[in-house]
Design a protein around this ligand. Structure first.
Ligand code: BG6
Length: 459
Protein backbone atom coordinates (compact mmCIF):
# COMPACT_ATOMS: atom_id res chain seq x y z
CA UNK A 1 0.00 0.00 0.00
CA UNK A 2 1.23 3.50 -0.72
CA UNK A 3 -0.68 4.91 2.23
CA UNK A 4 1.74 4.56 5.14
CA UNK A 5 -1.11 5.17 7.63
CA UNK A 6 -3.09 2.23 6.25
CA UNK A 7 -4.95 0.58 9.12
CA UNK A 8 -3.91 -3.07 9.01
CA UNK A 9 -6.09 -4.70 11.60
CA UNK A 10 -8.23 -7.68 12.46
CA UNK A 11 -11.81 -8.09 13.55
CA UNK A 12 -14.02 -9.67 16.21
CA UNK A 13 -17.36 -8.93 17.85
CA UNK A 14 -18.24 -8.93 21.53
CA UNK A 15 -20.63 -11.87 21.75
CA UNK A 16 -18.41 -14.04 19.57
CA UNK A 17 -15.27 -13.71 21.70
CA UNK A 18 -16.00 -12.38 25.18
CA UNK A 19 -17.81 -15.09 27.12
CA UNK A 20 -17.93 -13.82 30.72
CA UNK A 21 -21.57 -14.83 30.88
CA UNK A 22 -23.30 -13.06 33.75
CA UNK A 23 -19.95 -11.75 35.01
CA UNK A 24 -19.44 -8.11 35.94
CA UNK A 25 -23.25 -7.67 36.11
CA UNK A 26 -23.65 -8.27 32.41
CA UNK A 27 -27.30 -8.48 31.37
CA UNK A 28 -28.66 -11.02 28.92
CA UNK A 29 -28.44 -10.47 25.21
CA UNK A 30 -30.46 -12.27 22.55
CA UNK A 31 -27.30 -14.17 21.74
CA UNK A 32 -27.35 -15.53 25.33
CA UNK A 33 -31.00 -16.51 25.37
CA UNK A 34 -31.46 -18.07 21.93
CA UNK A 35 -31.60 -21.84 21.66
CA UNK A 36 -28.37 -23.34 20.41
CA UNK A 37 -28.55 -26.82 18.83
CA UNK A 38 -27.36 -29.69 21.04
CA UNK A 39 -23.61 -30.23 20.73
CA UNK A 40 -22.86 -26.74 19.45
CA UNK A 41 -20.90 -24.09 21.37
CA UNK A 42 -22.90 -21.18 22.79
CA UNK A 43 -21.64 -17.73 23.77
CA UNK A 44 -21.22 -18.34 27.51
CA UNK A 45 -17.46 -18.83 27.24
CA UNK A 46 -16.87 -18.22 23.52
CA UNK A 47 -13.12 -17.54 23.15
CA UNK A 48 -12.99 -16.46 26.80
CA UNK A 49 -11.63 -13.07 25.82
CA UNK A 50 -13.20 -11.69 29.01
CA UNK A 51 -10.44 -13.45 30.95
CA UNK A 52 -7.71 -13.53 28.28
CA UNK A 53 -7.94 -9.92 27.06
CA UNK A 54 -4.45 -8.96 28.27
CA UNK A 55 -2.85 -11.86 26.48
CA UNK A 56 -4.94 -11.07 23.39
CA UNK A 57 -3.76 -7.46 23.29
CA UNK A 58 -0.15 -8.72 23.59
CA UNK A 59 -0.77 -10.98 20.60
CA UNK A 60 -2.29 -8.11 18.62
CA UNK A 61 0.80 -6.04 19.33
CA UNK A 62 3.06 -8.93 18.31
CA UNK A 63 1.12 -9.21 15.05
CA UNK A 64 1.79 -5.52 14.49
CA UNK A 65 -1.89 -4.56 14.26
CA UNK A 66 -2.52 -0.88 13.72
CA UNK A 67 -6.22 -1.21 14.38
CA UNK A 68 -8.56 -3.58 16.22
CA UNK A 69 -12.11 -3.76 14.97
CA UNK A 70 -14.09 -4.94 17.99
CA UNK A 71 -17.57 -4.63 19.44
CA UNK A 72 -19.18 -3.47 22.65
CA UNK A 73 -21.86 -5.59 24.22
CA UNK A 74 -24.79 -3.25 24.92
CA UNK A 75 -26.11 -5.54 27.65
CA UNK A 76 -22.74 -5.44 29.43
CA UNK A 77 -22.93 -1.64 29.54
CA UNK A 78 -26.69 -1.40 30.16
CA UNK A 79 -27.92 -4.71 31.55
CA UNK A 80 -31.66 -4.06 31.82
CA UNK A 81 -34.56 -2.06 30.48
CA UNK A 82 -34.00 0.81 32.93
CA UNK A 83 -30.92 1.63 30.83
CA UNK A 84 -28.94 2.36 33.99
CA UNK A 85 -25.21 2.26 33.36
CA UNK A 86 -23.30 -0.76 34.64
CA UNK A 87 -19.99 0.71 35.80
CA UNK A 88 -18.35 -2.71 35.82
CA UNK A 89 -19.23 -3.14 32.17
CA UNK A 90 -17.69 0.19 31.24
CA UNK A 91 -14.65 -0.64 33.37
CA UNK A 92 -14.08 -3.82 31.36
CA UNK A 93 -13.97 -1.82 28.13
CA UNK A 94 -11.90 0.96 29.76
CA UNK A 95 -9.05 -1.38 30.52
CA UNK A 96 -9.22 -3.00 27.08
CA UNK A 97 -9.34 0.28 25.16
CA UNK A 98 -6.54 1.76 27.27
CA UNK A 99 -4.37 -1.31 26.73
CA UNK A 100 -4.91 -1.09 22.96
CA UNK A 101 -4.06 2.60 22.88
CA UNK A 102 -1.01 1.92 24.99
CA UNK A 103 0.21 -0.50 22.31
CA UNK A 104 -0.52 1.98 19.52
CA UNK A 105 -3.50 -0.01 18.27
CA UNK A 106 -6.43 2.10 17.09
CA UNK A 107 -9.75 0.75 18.42
CA UNK A 108 -12.56 0.75 15.86
CA UNK A 109 -15.65 -0.07 17.87
CA UNK A 110 -19.00 -1.41 16.72
CA UNK A 111 -21.87 -0.31 18.93
CA UNK A 112 -24.33 -2.90 17.71
CA UNK A 113 -23.11 -6.20 16.32
CA UNK A 114 -26.11 -8.56 16.12
CA UNK A 115 -26.75 -8.95 19.87
CA UNK A 116 -29.73 -7.09 21.23
CA UNK A 117 -30.32 -6.62 24.97
CA UNK A 118 -32.95 -9.24 25.80
CA UNK A 119 -34.51 -6.84 28.30
CA UNK A 120 -35.46 -4.46 25.47
CA UNK A 121 -36.96 -7.26 23.40
CA UNK A 122 -38.99 -8.29 26.47
CA UNK A 123 -39.99 -4.71 27.30
CA UNK A 124 -41.24 -3.60 23.88
CA UNK A 125 -40.11 -5.98 21.14
CA UNK A 126 -36.73 -4.45 20.23
CA UNK A 127 -36.22 -2.85 16.80
CA UNK A 128 -39.80 -3.42 15.71
CA UNK A 129 -40.82 -0.65 18.09
CA UNK A 130 -39.78 3.00 17.73
CA UNK A 131 -38.79 3.07 21.40
CA UNK A 132 -35.68 1.20 20.31
CA UNK A 133 -34.47 4.32 18.49
CA UNK A 134 -34.33 6.31 21.73
CA UNK A 135 -32.80 3.40 23.61
CA UNK A 136 -30.04 3.05 21.02
CA UNK A 137 -29.32 6.77 21.05
CA UNK A 138 -29.12 6.75 24.85
CA UNK A 139 -26.64 3.88 24.72
CA UNK A 140 -24.60 5.57 21.98
CA UNK A 141 -24.48 8.80 24.01
CA UNK A 142 -23.06 6.99 27.03
CA UNK A 143 -20.38 5.38 24.87
CA UNK A 144 -19.47 8.54 22.96
CA UNK A 145 -19.19 10.62 26.13
CA UNK A 146 -17.31 8.01 28.12
CA UNK A 147 -14.76 7.17 25.41
CA UNK A 148 -14.43 10.67 23.95
CA UNK A 149 -10.90 11.27 22.72
CA UNK A 150 -9.98 7.59 23.05
CA UNK A 151 -12.10 5.93 20.35
CA UNK A 152 -11.70 7.68 17.02
CA UNK A 153 -13.64 5.23 14.83
CA UNK A 154 -17.17 4.11 15.59
CA UNK A 155 -19.46 1.74 13.70
CA UNK A 156 -23.16 2.26 14.24
CA UNK A 157 -24.51 -1.16 13.25
CA UNK A 158 -22.84 -4.25 11.85
CA UNK A 159 -24.59 -5.63 8.77
CA UNK A 160 -28.05 -4.12 9.01
CA UNK A 161 -29.05 -6.80 6.49
CA UNK A 162 -28.38 -9.70 8.85
CA UNK A 163 -29.11 -7.78 12.08
CA UNK A 164 -32.69 -7.22 10.94
CA UNK A 165 -33.12 -10.48 9.05
CA UNK A 166 -32.07 -12.91 11.79
CA UNK A 167 -35.02 -13.25 14.17
CA UNK A 168 -32.98 -15.16 16.75
CA UNK A 169 -30.75 -12.08 17.06
CA UNK A 170 -33.32 -9.30 17.01
CA UNK A 171 -36.29 -10.98 18.67
CA UNK A 172 -38.62 -10.98 15.64
CA UNK A 173 -40.30 -14.31 16.28
CA UNK A 174 -43.30 -13.64 14.03
CA UNK A 175 -44.37 -16.96 12.51
CA UNK A 176 -46.40 -15.66 9.57
CA UNK A 177 -43.71 -15.39 6.84
CA UNK A 178 -45.32 -12.40 5.10
CA UNK A 179 -45.70 -10.43 8.32
CA UNK A 180 -42.22 -11.44 9.37
CA UNK A 181 -40.82 -9.98 6.15
CA UNK A 182 -42.77 -6.77 6.70
CA UNK A 183 -41.29 -6.62 10.20
CA UNK A 184 -37.78 -6.90 8.78
CA UNK A 185 -38.26 -3.76 6.68
CA UNK A 186 -39.87 -1.92 9.60
CA UNK A 187 -36.99 -2.81 11.93
CA UNK A 188 -34.53 -1.80 9.29
CA UNK A 189 -36.17 1.60 8.94
CA UNK A 190 -35.90 2.15 12.70
CA UNK A 191 -32.22 1.17 12.54
CA UNK A 192 -31.67 3.80 9.84
CA UNK A 193 -33.28 6.58 11.87
CA UNK A 194 -31.30 5.57 14.98
CA UNK A 195 -28.10 5.44 12.96
CA UNK A 196 -28.50 8.99 11.66
CA UNK A 197 -29.23 10.24 15.16
CA UNK A 198 -25.99 8.61 16.29
CA UNK A 199 -24.01 10.28 13.46
CA UNK A 200 -25.37 13.61 14.57
CA UNK A 201 -24.76 12.96 18.25
CA UNK A 202 -21.13 11.95 17.78
CA UNK A 203 -20.43 15.14 15.85
CA UNK A 204 -21.71 17.16 18.80
CA UNK A 205 -19.90 15.12 21.46
CA UNK A 206 -16.60 14.28 19.76
CA UNK A 207 -16.20 16.08 16.43
CA UNK A 208 -12.76 14.57 15.81
CA UNK A 209 -14.09 11.00 15.83
CA UNK A 210 -15.42 9.30 12.70
CA UNK A 211 -18.49 7.13 12.33
CA UNK A 212 -20.05 4.92 9.70
CA UNK A 213 -22.11 1.81 9.05
CA UNK A 214 -20.72 -1.64 8.28
CA UNK A 215 -22.40 -3.14 5.29
CA UNK A 216 -22.46 -6.77 4.22
CA UNK A 217 -21.70 -6.13 0.58
CA UNK A 218 -23.74 -8.15 -1.86
CA UNK A 219 -22.00 -8.82 -5.12
CA UNK A 220 -24.50 -10.37 -7.50
CA UNK A 221 -23.71 -11.61 -11.02
CA UNK A 222 -26.36 -12.60 -13.57
CA UNK A 223 -26.42 -16.40 -13.84
CA UNK A 224 -26.61 -16.21 -17.63
CA UNK A 225 -26.29 -13.49 -20.27
CA UNK A 226 -30.11 -13.34 -20.64
CA UNK A 227 -31.23 -9.76 -20.10
CA UNK A 228 -33.79 -10.99 -17.53
CA UNK A 229 -30.97 -12.42 -15.44
CA UNK A 230 -28.96 -9.21 -15.73
CA UNK A 231 -32.02 -7.31 -14.50
CA UNK A 232 -32.50 -9.82 -11.66
CA UNK A 233 -28.87 -9.34 -10.54
CA UNK A 234 -29.24 -5.55 -10.60
CA UNK A 235 -32.50 -5.71 -8.64
CA UNK A 236 -30.96 -8.07 -6.10
CA UNK A 237 -28.09 -5.67 -5.38
CA UNK A 238 -30.47 -2.73 -5.15
CA UNK A 239 -32.66 -4.52 -2.61
CA UNK A 240 -30.08 -6.46 -0.61
CA UNK A 241 -27.35 -3.84 -0.44
CA UNK A 242 -28.25 -0.40 -1.73
CA UNK A 243 -31.65 -0.16 -0.07
CA UNK A 244 -29.68 -0.13 3.20
CA UNK A 245 -26.65 1.91 2.17
CA UNK A 246 -28.85 4.51 0.46
CA UNK A 247 -30.61 4.97 3.80
CA UNK A 248 -27.26 5.24 5.63
CA UNK A 249 -25.82 7.79 3.22
CA UNK A 250 -28.66 9.54 1.41
CA UNK A 251 -31.39 9.00 3.97
CA UNK A 252 -33.87 7.71 1.41
CA UNK A 253 -34.69 4.68 -0.70
CA UNK A 254 -34.10 4.77 -4.45
CA UNK A 255 -37.18 5.12 -6.72
CA UNK A 256 -36.93 1.43 -7.63
CA UNK A 257 -36.80 0.28 -3.99
CA UNK A 258 -39.57 2.68 -2.92
CA UNK A 259 -41.78 1.36 -5.67
CA UNK A 260 -40.91 -2.26 -4.92
CA UNK A 261 -41.63 -1.91 -1.19
CA UNK A 262 -44.91 -0.07 -1.79
CA UNK A 263 -46.11 -2.50 -4.45
CA UNK A 264 -45.45 -5.42 -2.11
CA UNK A 265 -46.96 -3.92 1.05
CA UNK A 266 -43.52 -3.80 2.65
CA UNK A 267 -42.99 -0.06 2.89
CA UNK A 268 -42.37 0.79 6.57
CA UNK A 269 -44.52 3.07 8.61
CA UNK A 270 -42.65 6.37 8.86
CA UNK A 271 -43.07 9.75 10.55
CA UNK A 272 -42.81 13.05 8.76
CA UNK A 273 -40.18 14.37 11.15
CA UNK A 274 -37.89 11.42 10.32
CA UNK A 275 -37.03 12.92 6.96
CA UNK A 276 -35.04 15.74 8.48
CA UNK A 277 -33.15 13.34 10.75
CA UNK A 278 -32.40 10.98 7.88
CA UNK A 279 -31.14 13.68 5.54
CA UNK A 280 -29.20 15.90 7.90
CA UNK A 281 -26.12 13.70 8.23
CA UNK A 282 -23.83 11.57 6.12
CA UNK A 283 -21.41 8.98 7.52
CA UNK A 284 -17.65 9.59 7.44
CA UNK A 285 -16.85 6.19 5.97
CA UNK A 286 -18.37 2.88 4.95
CA UNK A 287 -17.19 -0.39 6.48
CA UNK A 288 -17.28 -3.33 4.12
CA UNK A 289 -17.77 -6.97 5.10
CA UNK A 290 -17.19 -9.38 2.26
CA UNK A 291 -16.99 -13.17 2.16
CA UNK A 292 -18.45 -14.32 -1.19
CA UNK A 293 -20.48 -13.32 -4.22
CA UNK A 294 -23.68 -14.92 -5.55
CA UNK A 295 -25.59 -15.24 -8.82
CA UNK A 296 -29.17 -14.28 -9.56
CA UNK A 297 -31.67 -15.37 -12.16
CA UNK A 298 -35.14 -14.16 -12.95
CA UNK A 299 -37.59 -15.45 -10.36
CA UNK A 300 -39.77 -18.37 -11.38
CA UNK A 301 -42.63 -20.20 -9.63
CA UNK A 302 -43.97 -19.78 -6.10
CA UNK A 303 -42.20 -17.45 -3.68
CA UNK A 304 -39.96 -19.44 -1.37
CA UNK A 305 -40.39 -18.09 2.16
CA UNK A 306 -37.89 -20.55 3.62
CA UNK A 307 -34.73 -18.63 2.79
CA UNK A 308 -32.96 -15.53 4.11
CA UNK A 309 -35.52 -12.66 4.19
CA UNK A 310 -33.76 -10.45 1.65
CA UNK A 311 -33.82 -13.34 -0.84
CA UNK A 312 -37.60 -13.63 -0.53
CA UNK A 313 -39.20 -11.83 -3.46
CA UNK A 314 -40.87 -12.31 -6.81
CA UNK A 315 -38.10 -10.71 -8.89
CA UNK A 316 -34.98 -12.78 -8.51
CA UNK A 317 -33.76 -16.14 -7.25
CA UNK A 318 -30.33 -16.28 -5.65
CA UNK A 319 -28.11 -19.23 -6.57
CA UNK A 320 -24.45 -20.19 -6.20
CA UNK A 321 -22.04 -19.23 -8.95
CA UNK A 322 -21.25 -22.43 -10.93
CA UNK A 323 -17.87 -20.99 -11.99
CA UNK A 324 -16.44 -20.64 -8.49
CA UNK A 325 -14.55 -23.14 -6.39
CA UNK A 326 -16.52 -24.12 -3.24
CA UNK A 327 -15.01 -25.20 0.07
CA UNK A 328 -16.30 -26.97 3.18
CA UNK A 329 -17.85 -23.86 4.76
CA UNK A 330 -17.86 -21.53 1.76
CA UNK A 331 -20.69 -23.04 -0.22
CA UNK A 332 -21.10 -19.96 -2.42
CA UNK A 333 -17.44 -20.19 -3.43
CA UNK A 334 -14.41 -17.98 -3.13
CA UNK A 335 -14.26 -14.83 -5.30
CA UNK A 336 -11.55 -12.26 -4.46
CA UNK A 337 -12.36 -10.15 -7.51
CA UNK A 338 -15.89 -9.76 -6.17
CA UNK A 339 -14.48 -7.63 -3.35
CA UNK A 340 -13.10 -5.18 -5.86
CA UNK A 341 -16.26 -5.16 -7.97
CA UNK A 342 -18.38 -4.50 -4.88
CA UNK A 343 -16.15 -1.73 -3.54
CA UNK A 344 -15.93 -0.02 -6.95
CA UNK A 345 -19.73 0.15 -7.02
CA UNK A 346 -19.96 1.54 -3.49
CA UNK A 347 -17.36 4.19 -4.17
CA UNK A 348 -18.93 5.25 -7.46
CA UNK A 349 -22.27 5.66 -5.74
CA UNK A 350 -21.24 7.46 -2.56
CA UNK A 351 -17.64 8.72 -2.86
CA UNK A 352 -16.90 7.93 0.77
CA UNK A 353 -13.71 6.40 2.18
CA UNK A 354 -13.98 2.68 2.87
CA UNK A 355 -12.40 0.17 5.22
CA UNK A 356 -12.71 -3.59 4.96
CA UNK A 357 -14.07 -4.53 8.36
CA UNK A 358 -14.45 -8.28 7.68
CA UNK A 359 -13.11 -10.74 5.13
CA UNK A 360 -12.04 -14.28 5.84
CA UNK A 361 -12.12 -17.98 5.24
CA UNK A 362 -13.77 -20.54 7.50
CA UNK A 363 -12.26 -24.01 7.90
CA UNK A 364 -12.69 -26.77 10.52
CA UNK A 365 -9.24 -27.01 12.05
CA UNK A 366 -7.45 -29.13 14.66
CA UNK A 367 -3.95 -28.81 16.03
CA UNK A 368 -1.55 -31.28 14.37
CA UNK A 369 0.82 -33.56 16.36
CA UNK A 370 3.23 -30.70 16.79
CA UNK A 371 0.47 -28.44 18.10
CA UNK A 372 0.40 -26.27 14.94
CA UNK A 373 -2.09 -25.08 12.31
CA UNK A 374 -0.65 -24.87 8.81
CA UNK A 375 -3.38 -22.82 7.15
CA UNK A 376 -1.89 -22.13 3.73
CA UNK A 377 -5.47 -22.04 2.31
CA UNK A 378 -6.24 -19.02 4.53
CA UNK A 379 -3.02 -17.33 3.48
CA UNK A 380 -4.01 -17.79 -0.20
CA UNK A 381 -7.50 -16.44 0.50
CA UNK A 382 -6.25 -13.35 2.33
CA UNK A 383 -3.46 -12.70 -0.17
CA UNK A 384 -5.88 -12.82 -3.12
CA UNK A 385 -8.24 -10.35 -1.45
CA UNK A 386 -5.52 -7.93 -0.37
CA UNK A 387 -4.21 -7.94 -3.97
CA UNK A 388 -7.60 -6.66 -5.09
CA UNK A 389 -7.43 -3.87 -2.51
CA UNK A 390 -4.01 -2.87 -3.80
CA UNK A 391 -5.55 -2.46 -7.25
CA UNK A 392 -8.28 -0.25 -5.78
CA UNK A 393 -5.65 1.88 -4.12
CA UNK A 394 -3.71 2.16 -7.40
CA UNK A 395 -6.88 3.49 -9.01
CA UNK A 396 -7.07 6.17 -6.35
CA UNK A 397 -10.02 4.78 -4.41
CA UNK A 398 -9.74 5.72 -0.73
CA UNK A 399 -9.50 2.45 1.16
CA UNK A 400 -7.99 3.19 4.55
CA UNK A 401 -7.83 -0.19 6.23
CA UNK A 402 -8.20 -3.94 6.11
CA UNK A 403 -9.40 -6.10 9.01
CA UNK A 404 -9.64 -9.80 8.27
CA UNK A 405 -12.24 -11.82 10.11
CA UNK A 406 -11.16 -12.87 12.56
CA UNK A 407 -8.28 -12.03 14.86
CA UNK A 408 -8.86 -15.26 16.77
CA UNK A 409 -11.26 -18.16 16.31
CA UNK A 410 -14.70 -17.11 17.47
CA UNK A 411 -18.13 -18.67 17.90
CA UNK A 412 -19.71 -18.41 14.47
CA UNK A 413 -22.84 -16.29 14.25
CA UNK A 414 -24.96 -19.41 13.75
CA UNK A 415 -22.67 -22.41 13.31
CA UNK A 416 -20.66 -23.01 16.46
CA UNK A 417 -16.93 -23.24 17.04
CA UNK A 418 -15.82 -25.74 14.36
CA UNK A 419 -16.21 -23.02 11.78
CA UNK A 420 -12.89 -21.27 12.36
CA UNK A 421 -11.71 -18.04 10.72
CA UNK A 422 -8.97 -16.90 13.11
CA UNK A 423 -5.33 -15.97 12.69
CA UNK A 424 -5.02 -17.29 16.24
CA UNK A 425 -6.35 -20.75 17.10
CA UNK A 426 -8.43 -21.13 20.25
CA UNK A 427 -7.93 -24.53 21.83
CA UNK A 428 -11.46 -25.60 22.61
CA UNK A 429 -14.11 -27.81 21.04
CA UNK A 430 -17.83 -27.27 20.56
CA UNK A 431 -18.65 -28.77 23.94
CA UNK A 432 -15.40 -28.57 25.89
CA UNK A 433 -14.04 -25.06 26.44
CA UNK A 434 -10.81 -26.52 27.92
CA UNK A 435 -8.51 -23.59 28.74
CA UNK A 436 -9.02 -21.70 25.46
CA UNK A 437 -5.25 -21.58 24.98
CA UNK A 438 -4.09 -19.29 22.18
CA UNK A 439 -1.96 -20.78 19.36
CA UNK A 440 -0.66 -18.67 16.46
CA UNK A 441 -1.50 -20.15 13.07
CA UNK A 442 0.81 -19.89 10.02
CA UNK A 443 -1.49 -17.14 8.74
CA UNK A 444 -0.61 -15.08 11.84
CA UNK A 445 3.07 -15.04 10.88
CA UNK A 446 2.28 -14.44 7.21
CA UNK A 447 -0.01 -11.48 8.03
CA UNK A 448 2.61 -10.11 10.41
CA UNK A 449 4.92 -9.90 7.38
CA UNK A 450 2.23 -8.19 5.29
CA UNK A 451 1.78 -5.53 7.95
CA UNK A 452 5.53 -5.01 8.27
CA UNK A 453 5.77 -4.72 4.49
CA UNK A 454 2.70 -2.45 4.30
CA UNK A 455 1.22 -4.78 1.68
CA UNK A 456 1.78 -7.97 -0.23
CA UNK A 457 4.77 -6.89 -2.34
CA UNK A 458 6.66 -10.10 -3.04
CA UNK A 459 5.52 -11.51 0.28
C1 BG6 B 1 -20.49 -11.57 9.32
C2 BG6 B 1 -20.65 -11.15 10.75
O1 BG6 B 1 -21.74 -11.67 8.80
O2 BG6 B 1 -19.96 -12.80 9.06
C3 BG6 B 1 -19.83 -11.93 11.76
O3 BG6 B 1 -20.49 -9.78 10.92
C4 BG6 B 1 -19.84 -13.39 11.36
O4 BG6 B 1 -20.37 -11.72 13.02
C5 BG6 B 1 -19.18 -13.50 9.99
O5 BG6 B 1 -19.22 -14.23 12.28
C6 BG6 B 1 -19.04 -14.93 9.50
O6 BG6 B 1 -20.28 -15.55 9.49
P1 BG6 B 1 -20.54 -16.88 10.29
O7 BG6 B 1 -22.00 -17.11 10.18
O8 BG6 B 1 -19.72 -17.89 9.60
O9 BG6 B 1 -20.10 -16.67 11.69
Amino acid sequence: MRNTDFLWGASTSAFQVEGGFGEGNKGLATTDTRKVPEGMADTKIAADHYHHWKEDVELMAELGMKCYRMGFSWSRIMPDATMEINEEGLAFYDQLIDALIDKGIEPLVTLYHFECPQALVDAFGGWLDRRMIDAYVKYAKVCFEHFKGRIRYWVTVNEQLIATAAGDLNGNHETDPKQSLKNVYQMSYHVSVAEHMAFNLLRQIDPIAKIGPVCSIQVVYPLTSRNEDAMAAWQAEEIMEFSLLDMSVRGRYSPFVTHYLKAHGLFPSVREEDDEILRQTVPDFIGVNYYFSVCAKKHEGEINYHQPPFWINDLYDIVANPCLEKTEWMDMGVDPMGLRIGMEKIYNRYQLPMIVTENGMAVSEKLDEEGKIHDDYRISYLRAHIEQLEILEDEGIPVFGYCPWSFMDVVSSHQGFNKRYGLVFIDRTETDAKDCARVKKDSFYWYQGVIKNNGIGDH
